[in-house]
Ligand binder design. Structure first.
Ligand code: HEM
Length: 452
């Protein structure tokens, strides 16, 4: 692809047909897919919510508001496993943990592999790599999942992450040096995004000149994890994923020809007894690591800055005892997690928390709810940077899909928050903060602040 094609998305942001866009046949197929995967569930969710169904209401609650906590408290009061009109739902810490770790539950769609609906979905799914379509790690199960994880963790080691600490500190300093304390700033675009984006771009060998493009593509593709997307939004997201895939093709080819010291170059070379990852697998993993590697960490930084802004006494404790920072990061992840929920499908009839769960049932596991389970966390809504069991949150999921980037995210959270609050002790948040419209990913889009 020509260099200028990297800066000009092949399909415009409204999802219209561009020069390299899909043909009409593919568009028609993708409309059928949207109807089955999003349109129909959307109607069902709305109908359930109108009838007062807790799960339906939870799925439609605006990402901007705090009503989510009220609904989750209602869910907890209704018992550990709730049978809704749509599926099962749990906001119970023990049940969420059990489901995520159980071999009786798998990730992916609830439809059976041999059902006519699944066959139609397979035939019509847009031919673009998607974070919740195979071979993405998120929806792959053993034995493939075990193999992918083994190969990725071979290069993504705790030691490799710890080596990045000094670099993360240097990037944070550089970014803070660039902020003008005399004028109000948007902390999300000037700091919370730039820090994890720079680090993950370096991990994956993305040249600095291409970071803004990656940011733009990932932002457009962020709602890809949401359920019940509207038709227009589905098209916009599909177009963004297609542009992202085209960019990634070029990037991987460049590293193949000219490998660097980065982890993606190592992953291209990584092999096990079954050989190297094939092209599709490699790009699915690289794409997920790149997107997951900063979208969520931006949310961690933004959510934590708001929590610290609302609780100056807690910031005061951190100033008095900097050894509390790692725990403060976990407490922020517990109280306002960057990922609201995930879901699993029961493969064999089983029971969880005393409830019978039939095979084929989908269970929505609300991570944010588990994190505020009063059976595990005293006064769960209280933000307490010294909470002893803050690390027992489930914001990084659990079991075999436990977040691959958890130690990187924790390190970036600690370095990023500490550097910001030490450099600008008089930092004040200004009115005008706005949350992102995404539902599964929870974070801020704009966070205006005065630095002194
Ligand atoms: C605060 C930041 C982060 C949060 C809250 C977070 C959260 C999560 C969650 C909840 C899952 C599992 C979803 C499920 O079980 O269905 C997950 C998986 C994953 N995360 Fe993260 N993540 C963060 C940062 C990162 C970073 C920095 C990276 C990359 C370097 C990363 C890479 C991944 C990958 C590759 C998976 C898929 C693992 C698998 O399915 O085996 N994440 N993350």
């Amino acid at each position: 692809m020509a260099a200028d094609a990297l800066t000009a998305p092949a399909v415009d942001a409204s999802g219209g047909r561009g020069r390299h866009g899909p043909g009409w046949r593919e568009e028609a197929r993708s409309d059928v897919y949207w109807g089955l995967a999003h349109g129909l569930p959307r109607l069902l969710i709305r109908a359930a919510a109108r009838r007062g169904d807790l799960q339906g209401r939870l799925m439609l609650v605006p990402a901007s508001g705090d009503q989510v906590w009220e609904l989750l408290a209602q869910a907890q009061a209704a018992g550990p496993m709730i049978r809704s009109r749509l599926s099962y739902l749990t906001a119970d810490h023990a049940a969420v943990r059990e489901i995520l770790s159980s071999p009786d539950f798998r990730s992916g769609r609830p439809t059976r592999a041999d059902s006519p609906v699944e066959r139609l979905l397979q035939r019509t799914v847009p031919r673009v790599p998607h974070p919740i379509e195979p071979p993405s790690l998120l929806v792959t199960e053993p034995p493939d999942h075990t193999r992918y994880r083994r190969l990725v963790t071979r290069v993504f080691t705790a030691r490799a992450v710890e080596r990045l600490r000094a670099r993360t500190e240097a990037v944070a300093t550089e970014l803070l040096d660039g902020l003008d304390p005399a004028t109000p700033v948007d902390l999300i675009s000037s700091y919370c995004t730039q820090l994890p984006l720079t680090i993950i771009a370096e991990i994956l060998g993305v040249p600095p000149a291409q970071r803004d493009l990656v940011l733009e593509l990932a932002t457009r593709a962020a709602p890809s994890l949401d359920f019940g997307l509207g038709w227009r939004q589905f098209r916009t997201v599909t177009a963004a994923l297609r542009d992202f895939a085209q960019w990634l093709d070029t990037h991987v080819e460049r590293l193949r020809r000219n490998p660097g010291e980065d982890l993606l170059s190592q992953l291209i070379e990584a092999r096990d007894e079954a050989g190297a990852l094939d092209d599709r697998e490699l790009k699915a993993i690289a794409g997920l690591v790149l997107a997951a590697g900063f979208e969520t960490t931006v949310n961690l930084l933004g959510n934590a800055i708001v929590l610290l802004g609302k609780h100056p006494d807690q910031l005061g404790r951190l100033r008095g005892d900097s050894a509390l920072w790692p725990n403060a990061v976990d407490e922020a992840l517990r109280v306002d997690p960057p990922v609201l929920l995930t879901a699993r499908v029961c493969t064999h009839a089983t029971s969880v928390a005393g409830a019978e769960v039939p095979a084929g049932t989908q269970v929505v596991a609300v991570l944010a709810g588990a994190n505020r389970d009063p059976k595990v966390f005293d006064d769960p809504a209280r933000f307490d940077v010294a909470r002893e069991n803050a690390r027992d949150h489930i914001s990084f999921s659990g079991g075999r899909h436990y977040c691959l980037g958890a130690s990187l995210a924790r390190m970036e959270g600690e370095v990023g928050l500490r550097a910001l609050t030490e450099r600008f002790p008089g930092l004040r948040l200004l009115p005008g903060a706005r949350r992102r419209p995404t539902r599964v990913l929870r974070g801020y889009e704009i966070l205006p602040a005065r630095l002194r």
